[in-house]
Ligand binder design. Structure first.
Ligand code: SF4
Length: 362
């Protein structure tokens, strides 16, 4: 898959006005990556924390990378942002900030770090860059795309505006900067209803996720018009029947689902919310057994913080999130790649769409 950044932003971009990240920050030597007895001892307390979700056989491979990344990020003055869907060795062992894409970008904007490494998919790195235009933003693999972000282009939004004249367009944060630049305001899965209602319009287009649009439509008097092709290839796979089967197999099970799932799945769940909303729900309700209907790694990450809760784990992996690894995070810090740049003509209106949402949320 070609990511939306490459297809929609780079071709129109002006030549970079400054030297690239490697020239600005310099390239360092690759650290030594042996798993020695001394390193094993030093890393013992960290492994103790994550041992329920990282098998002992994998730790000798991860530990040298974790040590090298944590040392180098301090030397570089870098921070690592890790999305809730990152694997536990990234999420718990090298991340400075963890959360959903908006939380991560906002945290980065508050940080003094000059360099941000986005452990997540490409639209997240772009959002971090939009909110941190003067910082160096790196993504370990720029091919880490997203089926939702790829489902819509800036031209598609212009076509929708022609089809629905005068109807405001809200874009889910899972879009390229080029798409955000064509929309009135951004939203996340946690504030979508509030954003839609803030516009004071009887009809609103919500792109690109057709299921999020349908779920928001069920919670408001505003008519929410969906963009039919948009869907997350991970969340669309869950079915209400599957949830019933899990309830039968695990009496007393609580099921919480992400709003990128179908309306039928949300109806069959006990709670629906964004990744942050789901984490808060587990912490507030302390269920005996819970199933998080979302990407696989999230249950592992939340389980580490909630050892008293049993997690039933249906497993739908996001192949794009899984392109990010300790190895390519270390490469990012060593070689200062891959740098995220956005054409200023695109960045200005895209940033306004994101900041308009942030102003709304205070
Ligand atoms: S889980 Fe779905 S929405 Fe999230 S990055 Fe993967 S494909 Fe995109």
């Amino acid at each position: 898959m070609t990511n939306s950044f490459q297809t929609q932003v780079t071709p129109g971009a002006s030549p970079a006005p400054r030297p690239d990240a490697a020239a600005r920050h310099g390239v360092v030597g690759m650290p030594q990556l042996d798993y020695t007895a001394g390193l094993a001892k030093e890393m013992e307390p960290l492994y103790e924390r994550v041992k329920t979700v990282i098998p002992p056989v994998e730790w000798p491979f991860f530990a040298p990378y974790i040590k090298a990344i944590n040392t180098l990020k301090k030397q570089r003055g870098a921070v690592i942002l890790a999305h809730n869907y990152m694997t536990p060795e990234i999420f718990h062992c090298v991340a400075d900030f963890k959360g959903d894409s908006l939380q991560l970008a906002r945290e980065a904007a508050r940080s003094d770090a000059d360099i941000i490494v986005q452990a997540g998919v490409h639209f997240m790195a772009e959002t971090a860059k939009l909110l941190n235009p003067d910082k160096t933003v790196l993504i370990p693999d720029s091919n880490a795309g997203c089926s939702l972000a790829e489902s819509i282009t800036a031209q598609d939004v212009r076509d929708l505006r022609r089809k629905y004249p005068g109807v405001p367009v809200v874009t889910y944060v899972n879009t390229s900067a080029g798409v955000k630049a064509e929309c009135d305001i951004c939203c996340t899965s946690s504030n979508a209803v509030q954003v839609v209602e803030s516009l004071g319009a009887p009809r609103v287009l919500l792109v690109p996720d057709r299921f999020l649009a349908a779920n928001v439509n069920n919670q408001t008097n505003v008519e929410v018009i969906p963009y039919e092709p948009g869907r997350c290839e991970v969340h669309e796979q869950f079915t209400a029947g599957e949830l019933d089967d899990y309830r039968e197999m695990h009496p007393g099970l609580k099921i919480i689902a992400h709003p990128e799932c179908t309306p039928e799945v949300l109806k069959a769940a006990d709670f629906a919310g964004s990744t942050s909303g789901m984490i808060n729900w587990v912490q507030d309700n302390r269920p005996e057994k819970v199933m998080m209907v979302t990407e696989c790694s999230m249950s592992d990450n939340v389980a580490v913080e909630n050892p008293d809760v049993e997690f039933i784990r249906p497993c739908n992996l996001c192949p794009y999130m899984k392109m990010i690894s300790l190895k390519n995070i270390l490469d990012s810090l060593v070689y200062m790649k891959e740098e995220v740049t956005i054409d200023p003509a695109v960045a200005a209106p895209a940033r306004e769409a994101v900041e308009r949402m942030i102003r709304l949320n205070g």
